[in-house]
Design a protein around this ligand. Structure first.
Ligand code: TYC
Length: 130
């Protein structure tokens, strides 16, 4: 079969199984340009990142004032909120410092662990997927 024998539908590729599958999808705001096969998005699609809770763990040795300073410095808490969170961790054993996208959470955990180690405190900070 020569190129000119092809039907218009075949030329635009409407019967190509992959293309048909793509065109059938729809519903997510994604559009198709059937002449080139290029898929263009018609509706802007913002994707929300997975969030992680950053938690402080209690221990018997880290000074309360050190924990309050860490909460103010690393988690941008007010003195009052930092005190409240520290006392929550002190009494309950664990407490939330904030909820962030993965890389932000990871950086905060690292900052807490680094500053605790430098100051020879056993303070532990972890993150968990929300
Ligand atoms: N329990 C510690 C003390 O009595 C204070 C403390 C609070 C330690 C919170 C860690 O994440 C922590 N000095």
């Amino acid at each position: 079969m020569t190129y000119s024998d092809q039907t218009t539908r075949q030329k635009i590729g409407a019967e190509h199984p992959m293309r048909a599958a793509r065109e059938d999808k729809g519903g997510d705001g994604a559009g198709t340009k059937s002449d080139t096969g290029t898929i263009t998005r018609t509706k802007p699609k913002t994707q929300k990142p997975s969030l992680y809770r950053v938690l402080l763990l209690n221990d018997d040795y880290t000074p309360m004032e050190f924990v309050v300073l860490v909460l103010q410095d690393v988690f941008n808490k007010s003195r009052e909120d930092a005190m409240r969170i520290m006392l929550h961790v002190h009494t309950k054993g664990v407490g939330e410092c904030g909820i962030y996208p993965y890389e932000v959470a990871e950086t905060k955990v690292t900052r807490v662990m680094d500053t605790a180690r430098k100051n020879q405190h056993p303070l532990q900070c972890v993150m968990e997927k929300q």
